[in-house]
Design a protein around this ligand. Structure first.
Ligand code: ADP
Length: 498
């Protein structure tokens, strides 16, 4: 036998033991308690010694223990109390602790003692309990989110699927699941992308995260499900060994995405058609008037030729009118296309009063009809910045509308007042075009800037819509005066040149 140091006594072993230990006599009275026991029960040595073991257990167990103790005394042998079941002990402050208890009979000086050892099971219990709770939570979460769980151990080549995963893959409950079965169910077009996701997860330099989305084709009914899967790769010594993850059905979302995409494509084509229709209308609007004028001039010329009346001046004027209108039509078209293509706006400093006079000349020469212009021009109005031809076009359109409105209402004098001045609120040039025609009712007034809105038999309804867009492109505003009593009044502003 090994020579143990003499100082290594029972008392020393008893006192240093990590487990709580009590030495109890045959009557069940505590004669010694080691420091671990004192700590576990919350008594000092003096307090606990002399107490019966029954006083260290909850009252409800005492009677039963009394019987057991009697049996033990008849046949004292080493054993675990409670047949492996956890027992309760009572601490000084009255709280109960769960313990495993071991009993070891000892004989000394002809007397029977028992060494009672307490193994606290609380911590194990707690861990088990919280594990159970977290498992339950996980299960609930899994159910709530309709998640399927997979676990692939590449070391053992074992693939584990839960019921939901089988459902997603259309597998029978008793069907053996192999990696091959898993891969062949993935749509051939998606296999490469899934493999790439796996390769990323396998890479030991990466973070082991796995994310893939693919179509799964059910073997029997060819039903397709769109599945999204995320997982985490586990590594051993830098080698990927196990992929654990969850998968879920995203078919509905995918279908919705596809539908939205189709709708988007459809809307795009509709809006392209609308742009085309707008462009065509705008072009027609630009060409209508010059073509009508050319036609009228040509008729005059033809008439003169047919009648054999040789008035070369008239003929010349008619042909010059044709040339001028054709050139205007060309220039307008050019401008319009440039505007519709949203190219850079060519701007210049120009005199607004001059632009108004030019527009009046164009209106006069266009054959819109007779009118009497009243000019109220602020002489020293500063130069404006914008596209001169576009501003002229807007002015001509306003004049034309005014002339046509007045023509329809058989007025004696068709006066159009044109004011040019400074808008003190915005510090911009301000132009007002006012006629003494029938004006507009509230309903019409609301719609006149809408494309294609017209009240004229041969109108296109693009003039004001284009004019407003042009003025805004030039940095100004165009609006109808709502407070006009007689006729219609339109205003527009333009920025001054710096
Ligand atoms: P269009 O001249 O082809 O009809 P516009 O966009 O230039 O297109 O004008 C739209 C409508 O606004 C006209 O049809 C007319 O009803 C109304 N409108 C425009 N200017 C006047 C005006 N000065 N007086 C009365 N109505 C007008």
């Amino acid at each position: 036998m090994t020579n143990l140091p003499q100082s290594l006594s029972f008392q020393l072993l008893f006192d240093t033991a990590a487990e709580a230990m009590l030495l109890v006599d045959a009557k069940g009275v505590v004669t010694l308690a080691n420091p671990s026991a004192q700590q576990l029960f919350g008594y000092s040595s003096a307090e606990i010694c002399g107490l019966t073991v029954e006083s260290l257990m909850p009252e409800r167990h005492r009677q039963h223990h009394h019987h057991l103790h009697a049996g033990y005394l008849e046949k004292p042998e080493k054993r675990a109390m409670g047949s492996g079941k956890a027992l309760s002990a009572l601490t000084k402050d009255g709280s109960e602790i769960v313990v495993d208890i071991g009993l070891s009979p000892m004989h000394a000086d002809g007397k029977l003692f028992s060494l009672v050892t307490f193994y606290s099971t609380d911590r194990r219990r707690d861990a088990e309990e919280s594990f159970k709770i977290s498992e339950e939570r996980l299960h609930l979460a899994k159910q709530a989110a309709d998640l399927a769980v997979f676990d692939f151990d590449s070391n053992q080549n074992v693939l584990h699927w839960d019921e939901k995963m089988r459902e997603l893959w259309g597998a029978e409950t008793n069907e053996a699941i192999t990696y091959k079965r898993f891969v062949t169910s993935i749509h051939p077009e998606d296999r490469a992308a899934r493999q790439a996701a796996l390769d990323t997860a396998i890479d030991p330099k990466g973070n082991g995260e796995y994310h893939a989305e693919y179509w799964v084709i059910h073997p029997n009914n060819q039903l397709e499900r769109w599945v999204s899967a995320v997982g985490k790769m586990h590594f051993e010594d830098g080698v990927a060994t196990r992929l654990v993850g969850v998968a879920w059905d995203v078919t509905e979302r995918k279908m919705l995405e596809i539908k939205l995409q189709e709708q988007r494509a459809e809307t795009e084509s509709i809006s392209q058609q609308m742009v085309a229709a707008h462009t065509a209308s705008a072009i027609a609007h630009e060409l209508n008037q010059p073509l009508a004028a050319i036609s009228a001039y040509s008729e005059v010329a033809l008439h003169a030729l047919n009648a054999g009346t040789h008035y070369p001046d008239n003929l010349k004027r008619a042909l010059e009118g044709c040339v001028e209108q054709a050139q205007r039509a060309g220039a307008s078209l050019h401008e319009l296309l440039a505007f519709l293509q949203k190219g850079d706006l060519v701007t210049e400093r120009f005199d607004l009063n001059e632009a108004v006079k030019e527009a009046l000349n164009i209106a006069r020469g266009s054959g819109y009809g007779e009118f009497h212009p009243i000019l109220q021009l602020e002489q020293a109005v500063p130069k404006v910045m914008g596209n001169r031809i576009q501003v002229q076009k807007i002015l001509v359109n306003l004049l034309r509308n005014a002339i046509e409105a007045m023509r329809g209402s058989n007025l004696k004098s068709s006066a159009i007042t044109i004011q040019v001045g400074t808008n003190l609120t915005t510090n911009m040039a301000h132009v007002t075009v006012q006629d003494n025609g029938p004006g507009l009712d509230a309903e019409t007034a609301k719609r006149i800037f809408d494309p294609f809105f017209t009240t004229k038999l041969t109108g296109i309804g693009m003039g004001l819509a284009i004019s407003r867009a042009l003025i805004e492109a030039n940095g100004g505003q165009l609006w109808l005066d709502p407070s006009t009593q007689v006729g219609a009044t339109f205003h527009f502003t333009l920025p001054f040149a710096l």
